[in-house]
Design a binder for this molecule. Structure first.
Ligand SMILES: Nc1ncnc2c1ncn2[C@@H]1O[C@H](COP(=O)(O)OP(=O)(O)O)[C@@H](O)[C@H]1O
Ligand SMILES: [Mg+2]
Length: 248
């Protein structure tokens, strides 16, 4: 579905951010990208979303060259993208409005999801009235409502407390399993990457390059008790070894 060929990025001759990277994602797959801070993860997603130009390389989506093209995938960037002058409800329906969905239809779709995202009762609030975690969930809802085949999520649960995080992870994994949603997910959290993913890509410290690709073969649907199983711990140990080995 998505193929990155030899994507690289540098801002100047002596400052490479991403080394030539190949990466592919199949339809319905959930892949995670993990790697140390500053290794180019967000840059990579920006390139896939078409909002940052690669220095070299191409992005193909369903067979078509989409390098530098925007609007084709759902994207939740790492930074807060809510407009301060719009209510939360008006913020999250923005991509639907841009796509041409009627306002009433967009509002109905969005309202139905507020409870799931833990935002019920905050529809008419403005972003400044929400906590960091709530704003993050609103950003996530906005990307999710976009309803695109491919969803890019940049640390969507990063600001959440552990309980809320686990609840959202469980809900999201269920949605992805039911709808065959294709996802590229960035996280710092190894447990989160293993619990959610079919495959994990590990990037080296900056300049980022792909150092390992790991299949996560636990059967689906996945349940919370997977996280405390010995198989889970073994895989986590292996991934941590890869990360530490390449950093030392
Ligand atoms: N516009 C820019 N000009 C120069 N360097 C940049 C620019 N944007 C990002 N960078 C650098 O690119 C590197 C990778 O950033 P980023 O993709 O955000 O990393 P990550 O998401 O893995 O933490 C960082 O070292 C950052 O300083
Ligand atoms: Mg980042």
């Amino acid at each position: 579905m998505l193929t990155l060929s030899q994507i690289s990025k540098s801002y100047s001759k002596d400052q490479n951010v991403l080394m030539p990277t190949d990466l592919n994602v199949k339809k319905g797959e959930f892949v995670s990208i993990i790697g140390p801070s500053g290794c180019g993860k967000s840059t990579l997603l920006d390139i896939i979303a078409g909002i940052n130009k690669p220095t070299k390389g191409s992005v193909k989506y369903n067979g078509e060259d989409i390098t530098n093209k925007t609007g084709l995938v759902g994207y939740m960037p790492q930074s807060d993208v809510l407009f301060p002058w719009r209510t939360v409800l008006d913020n999250v329906i923005l991509p639907l409005e841009i796509q041409g969905t009627g306002r009433d239809e967009a509002l109905t779709q969005a309202r139905g999801l507020f409870p799931k995202f833990g935002l019920a009762g905050f529809e008419k609030h403005y972003p400044f009235m929400l906590s960091g975690g709530m704003r993050q969930r609103a950003n996530f809802l906005r990307a999710y409502l976009n309803n695109k085949e491919l969803l890019l999520l940049d640390e969507p649960f990063g600001k959440l407390d552990a309980m809320t995080r686990l609840e959202l992870q469980k809900w999201f994994i269920q949605i992805c399993e039911e709808t065959d949603q294709t996802v590229i997910f960035i996280t710092h959290d190894m447990d989160e990457a293993i619990f959610l993913s079919d495959r994990i890509f590990i990037l080296s410290p900056r300049p980022g390059c792909l150092i390992e690709e790991v299949n996560v073969e636990f059967t689906r649907p996945r349940k919370e008790n997977l996280i405390t199983s010995s198989e889970f711990a073994l895989l986590k140990r292996r991934l941590l070894d890869v990360l530490h080995l390449k950093q030392s």
